[in-house]
Design a binder for this molecule. Structure first.
Ligand SMILES: Nc1ncnc2c1ncn2[C@@H]1O[C@H](COP(=O)(O)OP(=O)(O)OP(=O)(O)O)[C@@H](O)[C@H]1O
Ligand SMILES: Nc1nc2c(ncn2[C@@H]2O[C@H](COP(=O)(O)O)[C@@H](O)[C@H]2O)c(=O)[nH]1
Length: 206
């Protein structure tokens, strides 16, 4: 599907810092909107329904799956997460740029539907730092951290399917890299469209 807006997908193992990076990017970039996913996970800490996620129970989530209301969904760390069509379709069609913070399974589903989507994978600088970030965040118990560290090995192996890989060691450096990817995609997409429209006019197909 081709739309006037750009679509960016940011994935990472839990704790690598993707939400922090996307939040910082959104503060700098007024043309970008983040999609709010649905999840069956319980809210943690200060999370609010409709802000970080739409929190729904499993029957409600499964009903949305059955009604084909998601562009993608996946089971991650024992919970279900999905990107609703309603959340992003209108924005993309209106020419807005949208960023999805989702796991690698969802990212690959999105690439099937939107081949022009830009897939960005965030890596932590080391396994040790990843674990420390999960602990320092102070939101998850030891059992949850253990599951997420275990799943991180498989997730990181999927980075090769992504268009860009950014190492989030120094936060400001990673943020600069992310901004550069978004900016260069905008320039590329705008140039492609100019070329297309010139060719269409030249051939009298417009
Ligand atoms: N470059 C960095 N250096 C040090 N700490 C960082 C860095 N980036 C993020 N953090 C911290 O690491 C913790 C995890 O970050 P964040 O919540 O953004 O991860 P995440 O990848 O979005 O995880 P999840 O998928 O579980 O939501 C947070 O406490 C955040 O402040
Ligand atoms: N496939 C999807 N994955 C999603 C979506 N929203 C979030 N996520 C990913 O789930 C894990 C865990 O998130 P957490 O908030 O419980 O720490 C993380 O990798 C998210 O990126 C979604 O809509 N689809």
């Amino acid at each position: 599907m081709e739309t006037p807006g750009n679509l960016f997908v940011v994935a990472a193992p839990s704790g690598a810092g993707k939400s922090s990076l996307v939040k910082a990017l959104l503060e700098l970039d007024s043309h970008l909107r983040v999609s709010v996913s649905h999840t069956t996970r319980a809210p943690r800490g200060q999370e609010q329904n409709g802000r970080e996620y739409h929190f729904v129970d499993r029957p409600a989530f499964d009903a949305m799956v059955a009604a084909n209301e998601f562009f993608e969904w996946a089971e991650v760390h024992g919970n279900r997460y999905g990107t609703s069509r309603i959340g992003i379709e209108a924005r993309l069609m209106a020419g807005e740029d949208v960023v999805l913070e989702i796991d690698w399974q969802g990212a690959l589903q999105i690439k099937q539907l939107f081949p022009y989507a830009v897939l960005i994978f965030i890596l932590p600088p080391s396994w040790q730092e990843l674990e420390q970030r999960l602990r320092r965040r102070g939101e998850d118990g030891e059992d949850v951290i253990a599951v997420r560290m275990q799943n991180a090995r498989e997730e990181v192996a999927q980075a090769r399917h992504f268009d860009y890989v950014i190492i989030n060691g120094l936060f400001e450096t990673a943020l600069f890299d992310l901004k550069t990817v978004v900016h260069s995609q905008r320039l590329k997409y705008a140039a492609q469209r100019r070329v297309k429209s010139t060719v269409f006019h030249a051939l009298d197909l417009a």
